[in-house]
Design a protein around this ligand. Structure first.
Ligand code: ZN
Ligand code: ZN
Length: 183
């Protein structure tokens, strides 16, 4: 599935289901970014078997007098990736599931006053996030990247009671106490 989803290639009112994973290049890029440069198993450009990123997408193009051609994306992203404990720098694993739904209107709507200050829109029976598409295409990479990184755990821990490193000597306090430990 291409990163740029062409609106004009979709049929109105016909829901399309897509299931994709990190074998798709632009999802591999996101997985690589999640693993940052901290992947303890080395080469992040070839995610190991245990790391994955998959997206299930339901695409529905609609047309109405008020909204013209618009695209509804509903979906879920599931990922599991290697990272690093923020306290002791040991390898850590994070899993993340994000559900989302959005309605994409043509970018010309952005110019209209009533769309200036809103971030949600009632569309196809539910309130969903409002986005705009340019040049008849939705950039799926940009959209899914945003959905994931808004929800990423910024402070992963290898273990919820990780004691971290001594701020003075850097000793790993999970392994015992250094001379700076109180008591
Ligand atoms: Zn730790
Ligand atoms: Zn110390």
């Amino acid at each position: 599935m291409e990163q740029l989803l062409k609106i004009n290639q979709l049929t109105i009112d016909q829901e399309k289901y897509e299931q994709i994973d990190h074998n798709v290049l632009w999802l591999a890029k996101i997985l690589e970014e999640l693993q940052d440069h901290t992947d303890p198993e080395g080469d992040v450009s070839h995610p190991s078997e245990t790391s994955f990123l998959e997206a299930k997408l339901k695409l529905l193009k609609k047309k109405s007098n008020a909204l013209k051609d618009h695209l509804i994306i509903r979906g879920t992203v599931n990922t599991s990736y290697h990272t690093q404990c923020v306290r002791c720098l040991a390898p850590a694993r994070e899993t993340l599931k994000v559900d989302f739904s959005a309605c994409f209107l043509h970018h010309s709507f952005k110019q209209q006053e009533e769309y200036h200050d809103i971030t949600d829109i009632f569309c196809d029976g539910e309130l969903m996030e409002l986005y705009f598409y340019n040049k008849n295409a939705v950039d799926l990479y940009e959209y899914i990247h945003e959905q994931i990184f808004l929800n990423v755990n910024q402070r992963p821990l290898h273990n919820t009671d990780c004691k971290g490193l001594c701020p003075i000597c850097g000793f790993n306090l999970n392994l015992g106490k250094c001379i700076h430990a109180r008591k």
